[in-house]
Design a protein around this ligand. Structure first.
Ligand SMILES: NC(=O)c1ccc[n+]([C@@H]2O[C@H](COP(=O)([O-])OP(=O)(O)OC[C@H]3O[C@@H](n4cnc5c(N)ncnc54)[C@H](OP(=O)(O)O)[C@@H]3O)[C@@H](O)[C@H]2O)c1
Length: 310
């Protein structure tokens, strides 16, 4: 029987166990995917510890996936057996598993120029980055944007997507990671543990047009770098920075539309978005360690579980 990393009760990383679980038959609009790689996200730990309580048990963890379609439901016309896909599944049994049964609407054709491990790292972080910049901020060519925590999972995609949209990008990062963020295409990198607004305003007098702090601790610093009357967005689930000086703000909920994955696929295949940085890869048996590491809040790029170790 296929293996999966699951919990039988909510708890810490030590509750994760490898179980043999049957493949669930697809409903008419579902597909079965043989998972080759699963991205690791902070949200995965919230399903494990019960902060986002879903059940029932055993509950397979994981939300991002990349793999190959093995079965299609009777009403699925957009995929066929053998298609290479990637996607993002939040509810029910997850993707740290050799097989996952998932709604066809939550999957998209995998970018042809990405490996399965790279593709599995994209959906959760890439979707929220794309949604924030292209939809919520509606970034226009030549506009300036400051992206906070630009070496992180969301941030490293955000820098590249903002450049692909034609923006001028100021980014914040730990100084040790400045070169990494410059190589992603940032026009300016400032120390995120220093005077962010001062450094950004020195380069862009009056401040930048827009801001996307990707993590909470840097929300106010990013807001202070945005010009009077500018725009800011933050990731849903937080209150966001207090708004002042005519700055308008809205939250972004990137998980609302996996159809946006088609836009991301196009950006990868054109080369406009070019880097999926995999900081560390784990076999399925090390899912505990993967969740411990993602909880640190200091990952550069992404972590991925190679589900198929063969
Ligand atoms: N709603 C959604 O759809 C959705 C999707 C994806 C992510 N998220 C959320 O978005 C957030 C970002 O996700 P992520 O995957 O990018 O996280 P991550 O990979 O863990 O990124 C953490 C980043 O935050 C930086 N950082 C840590 N402490 C900081 C501080 N005090 N000041 C400034 N920067 C700091 C780190 O920089 P250094 O370690 O280099 O200093 C690192 O670059 C998380 O809260 C995640 O849960 C939501």
């Amino acid at each position: 029987m296929p293996r999966a990393a699951a919990v039988t009760a909510y708890g810490g990383p030590e509750t994760i166990v490898i179980l043999d679980l049957p493949i669930r038959d697809p409903k008419p609009r579902e597909i079965v995917v043989r998972v080759l790689a699963a991205g690791v996200n902070l949200v995965d730990t919230l399903f494990r510890d019960g902060y986002l309580a879903t059940g029932p048990f055993p509950l397979v963890l994981g939300s991002d996936f990349a793999g190959v379609v093995t079965v299609v439901g009777s009403e699925v016309t957009e995929f066929a057996t053998g298609d290479e896909v990637y996607g993002y599944k939040l509810l029910g049994n997850g993707t740290y598993a050799e097989y996952v049964t998932v709604d066809a609407d939550l999957a998209a054709r995998k970018p042809a120029n990405l490996s399965f491990a790279e593709a599995a790292a994209v959906p959760c972080a890439g979707l929220v980055a794309y949604d924030a910049l292209a939809n919520t901020l509606a970034l226009q060519p030549a506009e300036t944007v400051v992206i906070g925590a630009a070496s992180g999972g969301v941030g490293h995609f955000a820098v590249q997507i903002a450049k692909a949209l034609g923006a001028v990008v100021a980014a914040t990062a730990h100084p040790d990671r400045a070169r990494f963020v410059e190589d992603l295409g940032a026009d300016l990198v400032v120390d995120q543990y220093g005077d962010v607004a001062g450094a950004v305003r020195a380069a862009y007098p009056g401040g930048v047009d827009t801001g996307f702090p990707t993590v909470a601790p840097i929300e106010n610093a990013v807001r202070d770098a945005v010009r009077d009357g500018g725009r800011i967005t933050w990731i849903n689930g937080r209150t966001g920075p207090s708004l002042e000086r005519g700055i308008t703000g809205a939250e972004t909920n990137g998980s609302r539309g996996t159809r946006m994955l088609d836009q991301l696929t196009a950006l990868f295949e054109s080369g406009a978005v070019h880097t999926v940085h995999l900081e560390r890869r784990y076999p399925l048996a090390e899912a505990r360690q993967a969740q411990l590491d993602v909880s640190s809040g200091h990952v550069r790029g992404k972590l991925v579980i190679d589900v198929d170790e063969a």
